[in-house]
Design a protein around this ligand. Structure first.
Ligand code: OAD
Length: 250
């Protein structure tokens, strides 16, 4: 076992007996795939301005800049692969009813093969028209580095949620239902500071679920009734999977 999970017996027993689990993920779960997180010393928001790049008004003022940034992020994501953490969550489906609720837009849970994924902040592999909403999925080649336009004439934008925007219709409610009806919620690789997503662990806790944070940093994860496992998701999640497999196949 690469990560000593034995002390977390309480969690493993609870997981093994659970009917339904929710795994709530943030950018930390993709860090080991080489995709930068948002906060912290190496985070995207240290080097780039969220105000200029993740905001509708700024996009309309300077679409070239915003498109350039999204094309840069897409290249990083396209060149990356799901890591051991993503894969362990897929494997867990063999034994448990797993729902993923993710803040990530990188599509890596889906590429890994997770079957139920709620995307709270959209998906960077999709685009949509700013006026009529028509979808343009997959890679878009920019002619002369100019932002694409829809057949209706309006600008096309990445299908991600920017600051001040609503979440995709209905998805938060569906995610909340899952959180309120699960037995265990794993909160993996998120700073938990962006709302309304950050409310979901409390919703699960209030409904009686065991909530466990998995993070490399314990400084902002002192949440009273929540358990905490310090470590990389690419190590902790496979270790949890190994323990569940051992118990289920015993
Ligand atoms: P953050 O960058 O805020 O937080 C990443 C978290 O992952 C931190 O708590 C790190 O300690 C932790 N972490 C890093 N590497 C890890 C690893 N290998 N294993 C486990 N934990 C690790 O990213 P998010 O919480 O995802 O929103 O940010 C939330 C939202 O803020 C994003 O969805 C995005 C951003 O602005 C929108 O774009 C709307």
């Amino acid at each position: 076992m690469s990560y000593d999970i034995r002390i977390q017996k309480e969690l493993i027993n609870k997981l093994a007996d659970s009917r339904k689990i929710v795994v709530f993920t943030g950018s930390g779960v993709s860090a080991e795939s080489g995709i930068p997180t948002f906060r912290g010393d190496d985070g995207l928001w240290k080097k780039f301005s969220a105000h200029e790049l993740a905001n509708f008004d700024s996009f309309m003022k300077n679409p070239d800049l915003v498109w350039e940034w999204y094309q840069y992020r897409r290249r990083i994501i396209n060149d990356s692969k799901p890591n051991a953490g993503h894969r362990a969550l897929v494997e867990l489906e063999k034994y448990l009813d797993v729902t993923i609720v993710t803040q990530n837009v990188d599509n890596l849970h889906q590429r890994a093969g997770s079957s139920r994924v709620y995307e709270l902040h959209g998906n960077i592999t999709r685009n949509k028209c700013t006026a009529c909403g028509k979808r343009y999925d997959g890679e878009i080649e920019l002619a002369d580095n100019k932002p694409p336009h829809c057949e209706c004439g309006a600008l096309v934008r990445p299908d991600v949620v920017w600051f001040g925007e609503n979440l995709p219709e209905g998805v938060y409610e569906l995610a909340e239902e899952q959180c309120e009806s699960c037995d265990v919620m794993l909160v993996v690789g998120t700073s938990g500071v962006v709302y309304p997503a950050a409310l979901l662990p409390s919703a699960a806790l209030s409904s009686g679920a065991m909530v466990v944070d998995i993070n490399i940093d314990d400084s902002d994860h002192q949440h009273g009734r929540r358990l905490f496992i310090k470590g990389r998701s690419g190590e902790v999640l496979p270790a949890i999977f190994d323990e569940i497999k051992r118990l289920k196949e015993y």
